[in-house]
Design a protein around this ligand. Structure first.
Ligand SMILES: C[S@@+](CC[C@H](N)C(=O)[O-])C[C@H]1O[C@@H](n2cnc3c(N)ncnc32)[C@H](O)[C@@H]1O
Length: 264
Protein backbone atom coordinates (compact mmCIF):
# COMPACT_ATOMS: atom_id res chain seq x y z
CA UNK A 1 0.00 0.00 0.00
CA UNK A 2 2.85 2.36 0.82
CA UNK A 3 4.27 1.62 -2.65
CA UNK A 4 1.00 2.79 -4.22
CA UNK A 5 0.96 5.97 -2.15
CA UNK A 6 4.54 6.87 -3.03
CA UNK A 7 4.01 6.11 -6.73
CA UNK A 8 0.82 8.24 -6.78
CA UNK A 9 2.63 11.04 -4.94
CA UNK A 10 5.45 11.17 -7.52
CA UNK A 11 2.91 11.21 -10.35
CA UNK A 12 0.71 13.90 -8.75
CA UNK A 13 3.83 16.02 -8.16
CA UNK A 14 4.73 15.65 -11.84
CA UNK A 15 1.29 16.59 -13.20
CA UNK A 16 0.27 19.14 -10.52
CA UNK A 17 0.64 22.21 -12.72
CA UNK A 18 -1.78 20.85 -15.31
CA UNK A 19 -4.44 20.25 -12.62
CA UNK A 20 -4.44 23.83 -11.33
CA UNK A 21 -8.06 24.57 -10.45
CA UNK A 22 -9.42 21.50 -12.26
CA UNK A 23 -12.50 20.08 -10.49
CA UNK A 24 -13.07 22.45 -7.61
CA UNK A 25 -16.09 23.94 -5.87
CA UNK A 26 -18.71 24.88 -6.88
CA UNK A 27 -18.02 22.07 -9.40
CA UNK A 28 -18.35 18.58 -7.91
CA UNK A 29 -17.42 16.48 -10.92
CA UNK A 30 -18.15 15.71 -14.51
CA UNK A 31 -21.37 16.92 -16.11
CA UNK A 32 -23.16 16.82 -12.77
CA UNK A 33 -25.03 19.58 -10.94
CA UNK A 34 -22.89 22.11 -9.08
CA UNK A 35 -23.07 23.29 -5.48
CA UNK A 36 -24.83 26.41 -6.77
CA UNK A 37 -27.75 24.14 -7.71
CA UNK A 38 -27.51 21.48 -5.00
CA UNK A 39 -26.89 23.55 -1.83
CA UNK A 40 -25.42 20.61 0.07
CA UNK A 41 -23.06 22.81 2.13
CA UNK A 42 -24.38 24.51 5.25
CA UNK A 43 -23.86 28.26 5.67
CA UNK A 44 -20.05 28.51 6.00
CA UNK A 45 -19.96 31.80 7.90
CA UNK A 46 -17.52 31.44 10.82
CA UNK A 47 -17.18 27.69 10.18
CA UNK A 48 -13.98 25.65 10.32
CA UNK A 49 -13.51 23.62 7.15
CA UNK A 50 -11.04 20.93 6.10
CA UNK A 51 -10.42 19.90 2.48
CA UNK A 52 -9.13 16.32 1.98
CA UNK A 53 -7.03 16.21 -1.21
CA UNK A 54 -7.16 19.99 -1.49
CA UNK A 55 -5.02 20.11 -4.65
CA UNK A 56 -4.34 23.65 -5.82
CA UNK A 57 -6.59 25.19 -3.16
CA UNK A 58 -9.39 26.45 -5.41
CA UNK A 59 -12.13 24.80 -3.34
CA UNK A 60 -10.65 26.27 -0.16
CA UNK A 61 -10.81 29.71 -1.78
CA UNK A 62 -14.50 29.07 -2.55
CA UNK A 63 -15.05 28.28 1.16
CA UNK A 64 -13.18 31.43 2.18
CA UNK A 65 -15.23 33.48 -0.26
CA UNK A 66 -18.34 32.04 1.43
CA UNK A 67 -17.25 33.22 4.88
CA UNK A 68 -15.45 30.20 6.39
CA UNK A 69 -13.41 31.30 9.40
CA UNK A 70 -10.63 28.72 9.13
CA UNK A 71 -9.34 27.00 5.99
CA UNK A 72 -7.46 23.74 6.49
CA UNK A 73 -6.30 21.34 3.80
CA UNK A 74 -4.43 18.09 3.34
CA UNK A 75 -2.84 16.69 0.19
CA UNK A 76 -0.38 13.96 -0.74
CA UNK A 77 1.37 16.09 -3.35
CA UNK A 78 4.03 18.57 -2.26
CA UNK A 79 3.75 20.37 -5.59
CA UNK A 80 -0.03 20.72 -5.35
CA UNK A 81 0.40 22.26 -1.91
CA UNK A 82 3.08 24.68 -3.15
CA UNK A 83 0.58 25.81 -5.79
CA UNK A 84 -2.17 26.04 -3.15
CA UNK A 85 -0.08 28.17 -0.78
CA UNK A 86 0.76 30.59 -3.61
CA UNK A 87 -2.79 30.73 -5.00
CA UNK A 88 -4.46 31.19 -1.60
CA UNK A 89 -2.00 33.79 -0.33
CA UNK A 90 -2.39 35.74 -3.58
CA UNK A 91 -6.10 35.76 -2.79
CA UNK A 92 -5.64 36.95 0.77
CA UNK A 93 -6.06 33.64 2.60
CA UNK A 94 -3.75 31.99 5.13
CA UNK A 95 -4.74 28.31 5.16
CA UNK A 96 -3.25 25.59 7.33
CA UNK A 97 -2.04 22.93 4.91
CA UNK A 98 -0.64 19.48 5.61
CA UNK A 99 1.44 17.44 3.17
CA UNK A 100 0.22 13.95 4.01
CA UNK A 101 -1.66 10.94 2.69
CA UNK A 102 -5.30 11.03 3.80
CA UNK A 103 -4.87 7.52 5.19
CA UNK A 104 -2.88 9.02 8.08
CA UNK A 105 -3.58 11.83 10.53
CA UNK A 106 -0.66 14.28 10.23
CA UNK A 107 -1.66 16.00 13.49
CA UNK A 108 -5.06 17.43 12.62
CA UNK A 109 -7.26 18.32 15.62
CA UNK A 110 -10.01 15.96 16.81
CA UNK A 111 -13.70 16.93 17.11
CA UNK A 112 -12.82 20.34 15.65
CA UNK A 113 -14.29 20.89 12.18
CA UNK A 114 -17.83 21.87 11.20
CA UNK A 115 -17.36 20.67 7.62
CA UNK A 116 -14.91 18.25 6.00
CA UNK A 117 -15.18 17.83 2.25
CA UNK A 118 -13.29 16.25 -0.62
CA UNK A 119 -13.75 17.07 -4.29
CA UNK A 120 -12.57 14.23 -6.52
CA UNK A 121 -9.90 12.96 -4.15
CA UNK A 122 -11.42 10.33 -1.81
CA UNK A 123 -11.20 7.63 -4.51
CA UNK A 124 -7.41 7.90 -4.34
CA UNK A 125 -7.30 6.42 -0.87
CA UNK A 126 -5.73 2.99 -0.53
CA UNK A 127 -7.65 2.45 2.75
CA UNK A 128 -11.20 3.77 2.61
CA UNK A 129 -12.14 2.69 6.13
CA UNK A 130 -9.09 4.28 7.78
CA UNK A 131 -9.68 7.46 5.81
CA UNK A 132 -13.34 7.69 6.87
CA UNK A 133 -12.38 6.96 10.50
CA UNK A 134 -9.85 9.83 10.35
CA UNK A 135 -12.40 12.20 8.84
CA UNK A 136 -14.98 11.26 11.44
CA UNK A 137 -12.45 11.97 14.21
CA UNK A 138 -11.72 15.47 12.82
CA UNK A 139 -15.41 16.44 12.78
CA UNK A 140 -17.47 17.77 15.64
CA UNK A 141 -20.61 15.81 16.46
CA UNK A 142 -23.23 16.70 13.81
CA UNK A 143 -20.43 17.89 11.53
CA UNK A 144 -20.92 17.45 7.79
CA UNK A 145 -18.81 15.39 5.40
CA UNK A 146 -19.32 15.85 1.64
CA UNK A 147 -17.33 14.16 -1.10
CA UNK A 148 -17.50 13.50 -4.83
CA UNK A 149 -15.88 10.89 -7.04
CA UNK A 150 -16.35 8.88 -10.24
CA UNK A 151 -19.58 6.91 -10.17
CA UNK A 152 -18.71 3.19 -9.80
CA UNK A 153 -20.54 2.45 -13.08
CA UNK A 154 -17.72 4.31 -14.84
CA UNK A 155 -15.27 1.45 -14.53
CA UNK A 156 -17.85 -0.97 -15.94
CA UNK A 157 -19.04 0.86 -19.07
CA UNK A 158 -17.04 1.15 -22.30
CA UNK A 159 -17.81 2.80 -25.64
CA UNK A 160 -17.68 0.12 -28.35
CA UNK A 161 -18.79 0.63 -31.97
CA UNK A 162 -20.82 3.71 -31.09
CA UNK A 163 -22.56 1.90 -28.26
CA UNK A 164 -22.17 1.94 -24.52
CA UNK A 165 -21.44 -1.58 -23.36
CA UNK A 166 -21.45 -2.85 -19.78
CA UNK A 167 -18.17 -4.69 -20.27
CA UNK A 168 -16.52 -4.48 -16.85
CA UNK A 169 -17.50 -5.99 -13.53
CA UNK A 170 -19.14 -3.96 -10.77
CA UNK A 171 -17.51 -6.42 -8.38
CA UNK A 172 -13.91 -5.88 -9.56
CA UNK A 173 -11.92 -4.86 -6.49
CA UNK A 174 -8.30 -5.30 -7.49
CA UNK A 175 -6.26 -2.10 -7.74
CA UNK A 176 -5.28 -1.22 -11.28
CA UNK A 177 -2.50 0.96 -12.64
CA UNK A 178 -2.79 3.30 -15.60
CA UNK A 179 -0.59 6.03 -17.00
CA UNK A 180 -1.64 9.64 -16.95
CA UNK A 181 -0.31 12.27 -19.28
CA UNK A 182 -0.13 15.98 -18.58
CA UNK A 183 -3.12 17.79 -19.97
CA UNK A 184 -5.57 14.89 -19.79
CA UNK A 185 -8.83 15.04 -17.84
CA UNK A 186 -8.78 14.98 -14.05
CA UNK A 187 -9.16 11.26 -13.71
CA UNK A 188 -8.40 8.07 -15.58
CA UNK A 189 -9.83 7.52 -19.01
CA UNK A 190 -10.35 4.28 -20.87
CA UNK A 191 -7.74 5.29 -23.41
CA UNK A 192 -5.28 5.99 -20.60
CA UNK A 193 -5.13 2.27 -19.89
CA UNK A 194 -3.27 1.64 -23.14
CA UNK A 195 -0.91 4.61 -22.99
CA UNK A 196 2.74 3.63 -23.03
CA UNK A 197 4.15 6.83 -21.59
CA UNK A 198 2.87 9.07 -18.82
CA UNK A 199 2.93 8.88 -15.05
CA UNK A 200 1.77 5.66 -13.35
CA UNK A 201 -1.13 5.93 -10.96
CA UNK A 202 -2.99 3.22 -9.10
CA UNK A 203 -6.63 3.25 -8.06
CA UNK A 204 -9.13 0.85 -6.49
CA UNK A 205 -12.60 0.26 -7.88
CA UNK A 206 -15.29 0.46 -5.25
CA UNK A 207 -19.06 -0.09 -5.19
CA UNK A 208 -21.52 2.44 -3.77
CA UNK A 209 -22.14 -0.01 -0.91
CA UNK A 210 -18.40 0.06 -0.08
CA UNK A 211 -18.63 3.82 0.49
CA UNK A 212 -21.94 3.71 2.38
CA UNK A 213 -20.96 0.80 4.64
CA UNK A 214 -17.55 2.36 5.42
CA UNK A 215 -19.28 5.65 6.29
CA UNK A 216 -21.67 3.83 8.60
CA UNK A 217 -18.80 1.98 10.35
CA UNK A 218 -16.99 5.30 10.85
CA UNK A 219 -19.99 6.80 12.67
CA UNK A 220 -21.71 8.66 9.84
CA UNK A 221 -25.33 8.81 8.74
CA UNK A 222 -25.81 9.36 5.01
CA UNK A 223 -28.07 12.37 4.40
CA UNK A 224 -27.96 12.55 0.62
CA UNK A 225 -26.55 10.64 -2.34
CA UNK A 226 -26.58 12.55 -5.63
CA UNK A 227 -26.47 10.51 -8.85
CA UNK A 228 -27.43 13.12 -11.41
CA UNK A 229 -26.38 14.47 -14.79
CA UNK A 230 -26.80 18.22 -15.13
CA UNK A 231 -29.95 19.37 -16.91
CA UNK A 232 -28.03 21.18 -19.67
CA UNK A 233 -26.33 17.91 -20.70
CA UNK A 234 -29.58 15.96 -20.46
CA UNK A 235 -31.42 18.34 -22.77
CA UNK A 236 -28.83 19.09 -25.44
CA UNK A 237 -28.15 16.76 -28.37
CA UNK A 238 -24.70 15.22 -28.61
CA UNK A 239 -22.65 13.17 -31.02
CA UNK A 240 -21.36 9.80 -29.91
CA UNK A 241 -17.90 9.97 -28.39
CA UNK A 242 -15.65 7.29 -26.94
CA UNK A 243 -14.19 9.71 -24.39
CA UNK A 244 -14.28 8.53 -20.78
CA UNK A 245 -16.26 11.58 -19.63
CA UNK A 246 -18.61 12.05 -22.57
CA UNK A 247 -21.97 13.78 -22.75
CA UNK A 248 -23.59 10.82 -24.50
CA UNK A 249 -22.53 8.59 -21.60
CA UNK A 250 -23.78 11.18 -19.10
CA UNK A 251 -27.22 11.06 -20.72
CA UNK A 252 -27.48 7.38 -19.72
CA UNK A 253 -25.71 7.24 -16.36
CA UNK A 254 -24.21 9.53 -13.73
CA UNK A 255 -20.47 10.06 -14.35
CA UNK A 256 -19.90 11.27 -10.80
CA UNK A 257 -21.64 10.78 -7.47
CA UNK A 258 -21.78 13.11 -4.47
CA UNK A 259 -22.29 11.91 -0.90
CA UNK A 260 -23.36 14.02 2.05
CA UNK A 261 -23.09 12.48 5.51
CA UNK A 262 -23.39 13.69 9.10
CA UNK A 263 -21.29 12.54 12.05
CA UNK A 264 -23.66 11.09 14.64
C1 LIG B 1 -8.45 15.87 -8.68
S1 LIG B 1 -7.34 16.47 -7.46
C2 LIG B 1 -8.39 17.29 -6.30
C3 LIG B 1 -8.75 18.72 -6.64
C4 LIG B 1 -9.07 19.54 -5.42
N1 LIG B 1 -9.98 18.87 -4.55
C5 LIG B 1 -9.58 20.93 -5.73
O1 LIG B 1 -10.60 21.30 -5.15
O2 LIG B 1 -8.97 21.66 -6.52
C6 LIG B 1 -6.93 15.02 -6.51
C7 LIG B 1 -5.95 15.33 -5.40
O3 LIG B 1 -5.85 14.19 -4.55
C8 LIG B 1 -4.52 14.15 -4.08
N2 LIG B 1 -4.25 12.79 -3.56
C9 LIG B 1 -4.08 11.65 -4.27
N3 LIG B 1 -3.91 10.61 -3.44
C10 LIG B 1 -3.98 11.10 -2.17
C11 LIG B 1 -3.87 10.53 -0.88
N4 LIG B 1 -3.70 9.22 -0.70
N5 LIG B 1 -3.97 11.35 0.20
C12 LIG B 1 -4.15 12.70 0.05
N6 LIG B 1 -4.28 13.29 -1.16
C13 LIG B 1 -4.19 12.50 -2.25
C14 LIG B 1 -3.68 14.53 -5.27
O4 LIG B 1 -2.39 14.95 -4.90
C15 LIG B 1 -4.52 15.62 -5.90
O5 LIG B 1 -4.12 16.88 -5.46
Amino acid sequence: MNDIISQNKSSWDAIADSFFGVTSLPTYGCLCPTEDELHLFPDLKNKKVLDIGCGSGHSLKWCGDHGAAELWGLDLSTKQLENAVKFLSENGYAPRLYNSPMEQNPGLPQNYFDVVYSIYAIGWTVDLQATFHNISSYLKKDGIFIFSWDHPFMHCVDAVDEQLVFSGSYYEKEPFTFKKNIGKSANRSNSDHSEEDGYPMTLYNRRLSDYINALSKAGFMVEQLVEETDSETLTRSCEFSSRYYSACKAKKLPLSFIMKARKI
